[in-house]
Design a protein around this ligand. Structure first.
Ligand SMILES: [Fe+2]
Length: 183
C-alpha cells in the first residue's frame, strides 16, 4: 500500500478484507495523483467551502471523524439489532473512507493558492467523480452506492443500511458547523 495514503488513513487497517483494503487505498492514491492538493494540504484546508472563512476544522479531521462515527454506529447496530438489520462492516468502512474521495478532483487552486471549487467540480460534484475513481480501481457497486448516495443527491435514491449510516455520520458532523442553536 502507498505509504502516503496509509499515513492519511490509518483507518484502512479496519477493513479486514485485504483485496478491498488495497482497492480502497488505490482509489485514494489515484485521486491524489490527479489532484492539485497534496496530503499536507488535506491536513490544512477546511473540510467544506460552505461554512464561511472562519472554519478551522481540516478536511482530514472531518473525513476521519465520519469514518469513526460510522464504524461506531455500525458496531452498535450489529450489537443491538443483530440479524434484523445486519451491517457489513467492511462495506461500511470502505464506503465511509471513500465518500469524499471525489472532492480531490473538485478543487482548483486560485491565484492566492487557496482551494476553490473548479469547473470540473461544478459539472461533476464529488459523489459522481468519486464513483468514477472508485470504479476505475475495482471498487464493487455496493460501495460505489455509498459514495453516490452519501450527499443530497442521494436523497432521491433508496439507500442501503450502510449508505444511511455514512450519510448521517457525514451530515451530523457537518450541519452544526453550518448552523446551530447556541444558547
Ligand atoms: Fe461529501
Amino acid at each position: 500500500m502507498n505509504e502516503k495514503v496509509h499515513k492519511l488513513w490509518p483507518e484502512l487497517d479496519w477493513i479486514n478484507d485485504i483485496p478491498l483494503r488495497e482497492k480502497t487505498a488505490k482509489t485514494w492514491e489515484l485521486a491524489l495523483e490527479r489532484s492539485v492538493l497534496t496530503p499536507d494540504d488535506l491536513d490544512k484546508i477546511p473540510f467544506t467551502l460552505l461554512c464561511g472563512p472562519d472554519l478551522k476544522v481540516s478536511f482530514m479531521a472531518h473525513k476521519r471523524c465520519v469514518v469513526h462515527v460510522a464504524r461506531a454506529s455500525g458496531e452498535k447496530m450489529n450489537e443491538f439489532f443483530k440479524t434484523d438489520l445486519p451491517v457489513n462492516m467492511n462495506v461500511l468502512i470502505s464506503g465511509a473512507i471513500l465518500a469524499d474521495v471525489g472532492k480531490l478532483l473538485e478543487y482548483e487552486l486560485d491565484n492566492d493558492g487557496k482551494a476553490v471549487q473548479g469547473k470540473y467540480g461544478q459539472y461533476l460534484r464529488h459523489p459522481f467523480s468519486g464513483v468514477s475513481l472508485a470504479e476505475e480501481c475495482g471498487i464493487p457497486p455496493e460501495i460505489c452506492h455509498i459514495i453516490a448516495a452519501h450527499a443530497h443527491e442521494g436523497d432521491l435514491v433508496k439507500r442501503t443500511t450502510e449508505a444511511y449510516i455514512v450519510h448521517h455520520a457525514d451530515f451530523m458532523t457537518f450541519l452544526p458547523f453550518k448552523s446551530r442553536l447556541v444558547m
